[in-house]
Design a binder for this molecule. Structure first.
Ligand SMILES: Nc1ncnc2c1ncn2[C@@H]1O[C@H](COP(=O)(O)OP(=O)(O)OP(=O)(O)O)[C@@H](O)[C@H]1O
Length: 278
């Protein structure tokens, strides 16, 4: 990390708090989460189901407002959709009646801007989808669809890519391939990436740092630095360092879950707000 990167993080989340108004009352999803993501960093967010990972990621995108706190991109508040921030979801969300090229062009058509075809062809080539432009989503495997979604997200040359459990629906072999692909693309573009994953191994393989969240209401429980140089190989995943780090993170998630009830009661900001204990 350079001093410049540390002083001027790419993305800053400060005291992010989100209360959902539900039929059964207010629900505190995330509580005073703060994290800085440096320019060109890959950061993963892990934590138990329902702890608020998606809520946190969507707040970073500007698509969901916060109840308190703020998100800054290059020091400026993110208050709505931002052309510099792209998202990839667990489902590729390709339009079934449009072929691959037309799917990738779709957001450009909506915005009324011309796509950079040279860049898009480069990306398609990079992810192994060159020559598939005329195929329809139904003719592509799940992995191919997800690679197309990655191309679509990167076609705008965003400086930040947010990924919400992007490979969760893929088999483990395809998932490993996708992890290698993301690293290759990152080596080319140095795009800042924030990724939600349920796989601690995936988080370690891909990330510079892993953020561990507590059970709901989600708080930043710990942040681990992953000390391996890039490009990483799958062989490092069999090393003792990775084994120990994986176990440490798992223990934290399990330990946090076991202690959530007393912690929630002690730290609930208001009696009218639901926490995981309720
Ligand atoms: N739109 C919403 N309205 C009301 N409650 C919501 C809404 N979105 C999320 N929640 C609640 O907020 C909490 C956090 O949800 P969120 O999806 O952010 O967690 P998560 O960690 O991403 O979960 P998972 O790992 O299971 O995908 C959950 O209790 C969820 O039920």
């Amino acid at each position: 990390m350079t001093v410049e990167q540390a002083i001027h993080p790419k993305l800053s989340v400060r005291g992010a708090t989100k209360v959902y108004n539900t039929r059964s009352g207010d629900l505190l999803a995330i509580d005073r989460c703060s994290v800085d993501v440096l320019d060109g960093e890959i950061v993963s967010i892990v934590g138990p189901s329902g702890c608020g990972k998606t809520t946190l990621l969507w707040s970073m995108s500007g698509l969901h407002g916060l109840s308190a706190g703020e998100v800054l991109l290059d020091g400026k508040p993110v208050t709505g959709p931002n052309p510099d921030i792209s998202m990839v979801f667990q489902n590729a969300n390709l339009l079934p009646w449009r072929n691959l090229d037309a799917n990738i062009n779709f957001p450009f058509e909506i915005k009324g801007i011309k796509p950079d075809r040279i860049w898009i062809d480069e990306l398609l080539n990079r992810v192994g989808l060159e020559g598939f432009g005329n195929r329809f989503p139904g003719e592509l495997s799940g992995g191919m669809q997800q690679r197309a979604a990655l191309v679509r997200a990167l076609s705008f040359k965003p400086s930040v890519l947010l990924m919400d459990e992007p490979f969760g629906a893929l088999d483990s072999f395809t998932r490993e391939e996708m992890n290698r692909l993301v690293e290759e693309i990152w080596l080319d573009t140095k795009t800042t990436i924030v990724l939600i994953t349920h796989s601690i191994e995936e988080a370690i393989f891909l990330s510079d740092r892993v953020v561990v969240m507590s059970p709901r209401p989600g708080r930043v429980a710990n942040i681990h630095t992953v000390p391996f140089a890039r490009p990483r190989s799958m062989e490092i995943m069999a090393t003792k360092e990775v084994f120990d780090l994986t176990n440490a993170i798992k223990q934290e998630i399990v330990g946090n879950q076991q202690s959530r009830y007393p912690a929630d009661r002690a730290a609930a900001p208001s009696q009218s707000v639901q926490t995981a204990a309720q």
